[in-house]
Design a protein around this ligand. Structure first.
Ligand code: AP5
Length: 289
């Protein structure tokens, strides 16, 4: 980090302590704030480098798809949900989609080879992954976890944490059978725990919500059995690497989010906090001058 980067960090901290003074400075003392603007116009990703590299583990309905988009927004890292990617194939009617639908509706798993290639291509080509990634639904078997390690070692970007959302099976039936989805964005709601403002309608776009074809008690029972036999053993794999963090997912969504933040590497969290605050000041500056 060079000296102007250090200055920007120090400035962000002091400006945050007194937003009012910052706004007054922008309004009445342009000369002084010109230097500040120049600093704010530098590449914030360079000054506050963030590379979040994490995976979510947990049974169907644990809250992976609820928490992952929040992290993605905060850290500006890509959110790769293998379930969403497969459902997009189903919707487009691709060959993979036709095969996957049958497997998904029965609560089984699509082959490791197909899933590993999907993630490999996303990590290589998806520009949204330049500040890191949050994998949701992958890895789902120990061989997938081993392949992911190989892939990330080759890129020199090893996984930092594996967050396991821990919850008793008995709480999952109501979560899954009440879930509503906005297919285009992946946003999820719940008829009781997180209802949309207007029934069966997405809060942001006003488009209709749907229920997933595998969100029924019969398919859930099979998905849970598959989870316990094939996915749960991954926890031991990450525990042996000291990357595993357990999160109590039975708590309210906000409390789960706080616990997740506490489990991530602190330097990554602090850097993201500074970058987001610098962005905020930049917006404030342009709105005020
Ligand atoms: P996928 O889409 O990954 O499904 P899943 O793992 O079964 O997980 P869910 O999406 O059902 O649950 P979630 O943990 O995201 O819960 P959510 O946040 O929505 O995979 C589907 C299928 O694709 C698999 O079965 C498999 O066939 C195939 N597949 C995918 N990846 C694969 C891979 N790598 N290899 C092979 N096959 C693969 O929350 C659920 C509900 O609860 C929501 O309504 C939400 O609003 C509510 N909720 C969330 N948090 C809380 C809370 N704290 N309190 C109260 N309610 C809450």
């Amino acid at each position: 980090m060079n000296s102007s980067d250090k200055e920007l960090r120090a400035f962000t901290l002091s400006a945050l302590q007194s937003k009012e003074e910052f706004v007054r400075g922008v309004k009445y003392d342009f000369k002084q704030t010109k230097a500040v603007t120049e600093m704010l116009d530098t590449d914030l990703d360079k000054v506050f480098p963030v590379s979040l590299r994490t995976v979510f583990l947990g049974p169907p309905g644990a809250g992976k798809g609820t928490q992952a988009p929040l992290l993605s927004e905060y850290f500006k890292a890509c959110h790769l949900s293998t379930g969403d990617i497969l459902r997009a194939h189903v919707k487009q009617g691709t060959e993979l989609g036709i095969q996957a639908k049958e497997i998904m509706d029965k609560g089984g798993l699509v082959s490791d080879e197909i899933m590993v290639n999907i993630i490999k291509n996303e990590l290589e080509d998806n520009v949204a992954c330049k500040n890191g990634f949050i994998l949701d639904g992958f890895p789902r078997t120990v061989p997938q976890a081993q392949k992911l390690d190989e892939m990330l070692s080759a890129r020199n970007t090893p996984l930092e944490t594996a967050l396991e959302l821990e919850i008793d099976d008995s709480l999952l039936v109501s979560r899954i059978t009440g879930r509503l989805i906005h297919p285009a964005s992946g946003r999820s709601y719940h008829t009781e725990f997180n209802p949309p403002k207007v029934a069966m309608t997405d809060d942001v776009t006003g488009e209709p919500l749907i229920r997933r074809s595998d969100d029924n008690v019969e398919a859930l029972t099979k998905r849970l059995a598959t989870y316990h036999s094939q996915t749960a053993p991954i926890a031991a794999f990450y525990k042996s690497q000291y990357k595993w963090r357990g999160i109590d997912a039975a708590k309210k969504p906000d409390e789960v989010s706080v616990r997740i933040m506490e489990s991530l590497p602190s330097d990554t969290v602090i850097s993201a906090l500074f970058r987001n605050k610098a962005e905020e000041l930049k917006t404030l500056y342009h709105a005020t001058k």
